[in-house]
Design a protein around this ligand. Sequence first.
Ligand SMILES: [Zn+2]
Length: 748
Amino acid sequence: MAQFDQYFLSPDKQAGDSEPPPHERERYRLLLVDDEPNVLSALRRTFQRENYEVHCAASAEEALALVNARHVHLMITDFKMPGMNGADLLREVREISPDTMRIMLTGHADTQAVMTAINEGAVYRFILKPWNDDDLRVTVALALEQYELREKNRNLEKKTSQQQKDLEVFRRMNQQQRSQLALMLHKHGVINRQQVQELYKIQQARKVSTIRLLLEKEWIAPEKLYRLLRDELLFDEVSLAEFAADPEALDLIPVDVCQGQLLLPLRVRGRRLVLAMADPLNQPLIEELSFAIGLKIEPVLVRAEELEERLAQLFGESSESLGELEAVFDANDPADTIELVIEDDDSDVDLERLLSDTQQPSAVRVVNALIMEGLRLGASDIHIHPRTNVVVVRYRIDGVLQDKIRIPSTLQMSIVSRIKVMAELDIAERRRPQDGRLTVKTPMKIVDLRLSTLPTLNGEKIVMRVLDRNASIKNIEQLKLSELNRQRLLNVITRPQGIILATGPTGSGKTTTLYAMLQHQATPEKNYVTIEDPVEFYMDMAGQVPVREKVGLDFASVLKAILRQDPDVILLGEIRDRETAEVAFHAAMTGHMVYSTLHTNSAIASIARLLDLGLKPYVVAYGLECIIAQRLVRRLCPHCCEPREPDPGIRELLGVAFSSPGLQDYTAAGCDRCHHQGFSGRVALHEVLTVTETMRHVIASGGSVHEMVEQAERDGLVTLAADARYRVEAGETSLAEILRVLGSQIDI
Ligand SMILES: [Zn+2]
């Protein structure tokens, strides 16, 4: 927004009639509607510490009177009320005051009516009773943010309806301008005919200005170019140092046009704009600019470097102002705030056509609401489960599935179709499982959903896994390794080359661990690349490449291509075949640090798996630096956890690591803080095997798994089970939970 302001608001800003400073802004007016006085006062209490002006109404009729009397920014209403119900109330409010953000509180039983209201766009959000105060506060804050964004949008749209048209013109400007400059240089024998042709050819493929391209190609020294233009063409030359930045002039041309074309508006004189240009021979551009801003343009010649320097000073290194503008104008109806992001490849799917095939467009709103609600609750998975008479939406929160929403079966087909369309699946195929993914953009974040369908007796069941793109990378301390394991990891990541593997079942936190290690040693002097399916964390410093097996981009082929890009550190999502394993190990033995994952049960099992894939023992022995096996177990709620005697049966099943005397077990009965689950959050168990010289020898000489296990013991390996015992002793988790995750550790 800041950049946007820069361009279009400044004359008004100077006149003092744009947005008032925050303290002068009127407070947001909230209207709470419920027929039950105690609910009403609970709602009021929730907001008492916020700086809102809160009004209450005990009935829909009373609420309508208030809305008619004064503008309300946001309202929350109960559904079930004597007289007019919440859904009808919100419909009426939408008529009277379309800007008001409308939120409905509802119980499970009323879903049908709520869904109807959502479908009609009368409800912005629904919140299930009983609500959580923090959730409600956050929802309201987000809704008001949305309100403000829309209001700003409306103002901007009003102010800039003319400029919007100009935007189109400006956008074209960064594209097809063909300056006479190349021909002039050719005439002077500076560049030859082939070079001119090459320039034109590049400009056909890539939108880049002639001046930029010439400088990039280094076919002529900037100083020589400057002198040629000055001497031959008699342009006025100026030194930028003589001109202070003039906001009025700067507002006239978007910054990316300035940067793309190397120009800078200097001053408005009457009906003329003095425009500094590195290439004043670009007559078509001058004409288009003149048309767009409605002023005659008086070009003056300035050295390219000088312009570049001043542009960087004024605007920073790069700019996305046009892109940002579009993003602002795109944020429209809040009910449609989930926006489907279509990836460029796979463009042969005609989404419009597919969409028009889905029978009920209302499904779009329902699906958006379901996903939004899942994200709001922090669900890791969203299940859409058809039962006999109803479709149940279940969210997995903190590892536990909970039924949250019931949708009438009549909507089942259209919801399933809508989701399949979003994920570009075959909507006609209902008898075979399918999988796919989609990216959704909400005002709060961008998430990827990995989705699979499964035909059941009652219809297709859909499970969506939420991959939060904004999930932040943890640091090594947050992994909570034991001191010994932590030292081992810190030691191994300083090595210049080799492979570090994380292993364990799906969802055991392997990628989290690898990213923490990657981030820990990240320095700008190295080239980092990640290859994943899909990208799980976003890391500024790394080039991140998604694998698209559908279009033939598998791990091995992407990795080979990456190796030609001079990487230092590579994170490879997964090694699952011989080819990928070979390329990865080759990279690791030729000066690259490679991080990857394998699906195996333990560190030693990973070595066996690599040999099974067909790698030579010496390659494994000398490429491998470290293997981290890990699991996630639920953490006992610290508020209700208490010691208990270990159950001898469980203890026996857990084997030798748990056999020594003096072991204390813990249990948690559940309390309000842990939603009566007894657990809150999760904790990781680790087994960190660093490959020692002796171990390399054992592997290279074709040693058996048994010999490797013995060597690992001599090297002081702390097994998963042993690490698990520390966690139990520390009261972090229970024997029963360890047994659930690790399974029996004994042979019978
Ligand atoms: Zn608890």
